[in-house]
Write a protein that binds this ligand. Sequence first.
Ligand code: PLP
Length: 452
Amino acid sequence: YDIAELKRLDVAHHLPAQQDYKLIEDIGGSRIITHADGCYIHDGDGNRILDGMAGLWCVNVGYGREELVEVAAEQMRELPFYNTFFKTVTPPTVMLATKIASLTGGKLQHVFFNASGSEANDTVFRMVRHYWKLKGEPKRNVFISRWNAYHGSTVAGVSLGGMKGMHAQGDLPVPGVEHVRQPYWFGEGFGSDPVQFGQDCAAAIEERILAVGPENVAAFIGEPAQGAGGVIIPPPGYWQAVQAICHKYGILLVADEVITGFGRTGEWFGHQTLGFTPDIVSMAKGLSSGYLPISANAVSSEIVEVLKTGGDFVHGFTYSGHPVCAAVALRNIEIMEREDLPGRVRDDVGPYLAEALKRLNGHPLVGETRSIGLLGAVEIVAQPGTNTRWGGAEGNAGPVVRDRCIENGLMVRGIRDTIVMCPPLIIERSQIDDMIAIIAKSLDEALPILRA
Ligand code: PLP
């Protein structure tokens, strides 16, 4: 490739996702990622970068899986596309639905397909409201979500999400979405008993239900552990309390497992790790390890029985159940089963990451490290032993440390004052050591920058 020319064309013609277009212009174009293998990405300037983000929280089986390439090519030759609109379906679509139902288990026996995580949550939005209408409770149309949640970039995704900056762009949320506090102990409960804090955050949901009127509330939606919000892992007991509240008022519980699905937390799904039972699960990303775009909703039999009473549910996408994406997702799950990647995360690399992160404790910039499975975070503070932030001319500290990490050969994300990581599930212990060493070095380098 002519990398300089690609960068020029990038500025001239390409609008990237969730970016400051002017900033991309100022830096002379985005970094061009040319190829990848295992846990490493390579850029056009010849840098090899350890991918601490598994792409965008998705490449769970790592890069370079030839069998995924082959299965995609085979399916394209056999049948590159067919839809599910005409009382038609393709073999990989049915087989993938069956596989997902076996992994979610219990009452989650039905699967609807979309192409992205955002679309999966749009499906939730319409399906849940439609369900309550069919049940004869049309007033139940309010969703309760958390501030700082991320549920996607579509209108329903942004509305369900709790990112104020996103709400401001596009005049969202749409009516009928209520946001309550997130169970972010380090940021918002620091100094208090974490378990009690979690209970208080759950109680805030009940308070809002009562304020809105339980007869008006359709569903609560949450990420088992918030990802894009800064890897916020709720205190023990939070989800059990949330589930009990939903049951008490007959409200549906929706788990957005777009990040926490497919082995990330050490079980197939985050709700299994955290011990609760949703009525609907949204999943994407790790479903195909990002090799092709596909997402799904696992839906309870009880909901589907009600939907069956309503005739056509006029909802679906051209790419719902896309056969090539489904074939790749099936093989991706087969790889995860064959290599027992969820078990590897639960018993080996997950606990290893948690221990390795502790090496950063004691650094003057580190306020807390935390992880669940292979989802980790480092909180950057201005004063050790506190949760005070840097602020000032540099703004949030996360991006400062992130930029040092990338320069030092590790891709991580800086979210406000938090460094987050989500490496491929195939990562080796020695690569986790490398990750932590690079973060430590980058923190050292960030200190004078932040103090300046
Ligand atoms: N939900 C969660 C929890 C996510 O993390 C994301 C993406 O990061 C989405 C939904 C949106 O998924 P997509 O970007 O595939 O639309």
